[in-house]
Design a protein around this ligand. Sequence first.
Ligand SMILES: *[C@@H]1O[C@H](CO)[C@@H](O)[C@H](O)[C@H]1NC(C)=O
Ligand SMILES: *[C@@H]1O[C@H](CO)[C@@H](O)[C@H](O)[C@H]1NC(C)=O
Ligand SMILES: *[C@@H]1O[C@H](CO)[C@@H](O)[C@H](O)[C@H]1NC(C)=O
Ligand SMILES: *[C@@H]1O[C@H](CO)[C@@H](O)[C@H](O)[C@H]1NC(C)=O
Ligand SMILES: *[C@@H]1O[C@H](CO)[C@@H](O)[C@H](O)[C@H]1NC(C)=O
Ligand SMILES: *[C@@H]1O[C@H](CO)[C@@H](O)[C@H](O)[C@H]1NC(C)=O
Ligand SMILES: *[C@@H]1O[C@H](CO)[C@@H](O)[C@H](O)[C@H]1NC(C)=O
Ligand SMILES: *[C@@H]1O[C@H](CO)[C@@H](O)[C@H](O)[C@H]1NC(C)=O
Ligand SMILES: *[C@@H]1O[C@H](CO)[C@@H](O)[C@H](O)[C@H]1NC(C)=O
Ligand SMILES: *[C@@H]1O[C@H](CO)[C@@H](O)[C@H](O)[C@H]1NC(C)=O
Ligand SMILES: *[C@@H]1O[C@H](CO)[C@@H](O)[C@H](O)[C@H]1NC(C)=O
Ligand SMILES: *[C@@H]1O[C@H](CO)[C@@H](O)[C@H](O)[C@H]1NC(C)=O
Length: 217
Amino acid sequence: MYIQFLILVFWLNLHTLTAHRNGQVTQACMSMTPGHGFNASTLEPPYTVTSDASNYTDGQVITVTLHANETGFKGFLLQARDEKGPVGTFTVMGNNTQLLTCGTNDSAVSHTSNDDKSNIVVQWKAPNSNNTDIWFRATFVQNSSIFWVGVQSDPVRFLATNPPNVTVSPPNTTVSPPNATVFPTNTTVSTPNRTTDDSPSISLTWCLFLLPLLAII
Ligand SMILES: *[C@@H]1O[C@H](CO)[C@@H](O)[C@H](O)[C@H]1NC(C)=O
Ligand SMILES: *[C@@H]1O[C@H](CO)[C@@H](O)[C@H](O)[C@H]1NC(C)=O
Ligand SMILES: *[C@@H]1O[C@H](CO)[C@@H](O)[C@H](O)[C@H]1NC(C)=O
Ligand SMILES: *[C@@H]1O[C@H](CO)[C@@H](O)[C@H](O)[C@H]1NC(C)=O
Ligand SMILES: *[C@@H]1O[C@H](CO)[C@@H](O)[C@H](O)[C@H]1NC(C)=O
Ligand SMILES: *[C@@H]1O[C@H](CO)[C@@H](O)[C@H](O)[C@H]1NC(C)=O
Ligand SMILES: *[C@@H]1O[C@H](CO)[C@@H](O)[C@H](O)[C@H]1NC(C)=O
Ligand SMILES: *[C@@H]1O[C@H](CO)[C@@H](O)[C@H](O)[C@H]1NC(C)=O
Ligand SMILES: *[C@@H]1O[C@H](CO)[C@@H](O)[C@H](O)[C@H]1NC(C)=O
Ligand SMILES: *[C@@H]1O[C@H](CO)[C@@H](O)[C@H](O)[C@H]1NC(C)=O
Ligand SMILES: *[C@@H]1O[C@H](CO)[C@@H](O)[C@H](O)[C@H]1NC(C)=O
Ligand SMILES: *[C@@H]1O[C@H](CO)[C@@H](O)[C@H](O)[C@H]1NC(C)=O
């Protein structure tokens, strides 16, 4: 019985390693979960995903680093994500990484062998239009039974290259200022009743309220 169990475990390991050791894991594009038959680890991941930019503009190239703090990883799958799915294109150097098509060409990166890795550096290029805030998201496979899904970088905020068109034309600056020598009018004139709400302070309140929301998004 014990022997049979061992054989089963061995076969499973062999099977999963054979299936994924080449990193051809496009069937996991959206879930980013290996089909290993094990659940993702809920422990704190010993791996990090970092980018060299905290914000970006259309077409910008960003360097992304996967790093193992201690124990190396045999496999990984990396994407840049917005709310809808993978975005942008990667370029890789060296033969231990490869590009995958997750919806669009070169929108993901994976390993080419199950050698232990502790550092992977790749480049990501933002699309030329329709960008939003993104983050980098990776799956790390430590061995055939232990893996982490959804290890994410800090968000990378999209900065619009062109400020939005100001449709309100600036006031004419050629209007001559009132003659400063004119005597001030009767200062006892009552100021208009301020029973109506100040709109400026309202919009300020809204801004203060919206700012944290934007930060969360
Ligand atoms: C995975 O998690 C589910 C639900 O938490 C559980 O029912 C299942 O037994 C787990 N599978 C393994 C292989 O641990
Ligand atoms: C964008 O990122 C750069 C460096 O990463 C930083 O210096 C700059 O202040 C950021 N700009 C904004 C508007 O956050
Ligand atoms: C990296 O590993 C060291 C030693 O185990 C540990 O002290 C440190 O907190 C770890 N750092 C991270 C970011 O996990
Ligand atoms: C990657 O390149 C190194 C040398 O540059 C070579 O030794 C190794 O066999 C190559 N690996 C693969 C999978 O091609
Ligand atoms: C995606 O890659 C395939 C194969 O390399 C190529 O035939 C196709 O033209 C590419 N599509 C785009 C949009 O670049
Ligand atoms: C950008 O978004 C607009 C409207 O959603 C769409 O028509 C257009 O095809 C998108 N462009 C690209 C390059 O995805
Ligand atoms: C995977 O790694 C864990 C922790 O290092 C270890 O306990 C387990 O035996 C390993 N499993 C395999 C199949 O190597
Ligand atoms: C913004 O302004 C530029 C030039 O002032 C104009 O070409 C462009 O069409 C405007 N875009 C929108 C959305 O109004
Ligand atoms: C403001 O400037 C525009 C064009 O510069 C001119 O046509 C218009 O008459 C000006 N209005 C006033 C009140 O001077
Ligand atoms: C402004 O005041 C000066 C000096 O008091 C006077 O010469 C001038 O005519 C005034 N201009 C107008 C537009 O009232
Ligand atoms: C100022 O206005 C008040 C009431 O509008 C009037 O009684 C007073 O005579 C005025 N004073 C002068 C200097 O015009
Ligand atoms: C302004 O307020 C005073 C006292 O609060 C009130 O008597 C007066 O009618 C008000 N005027 C207007 C235009 O609301």
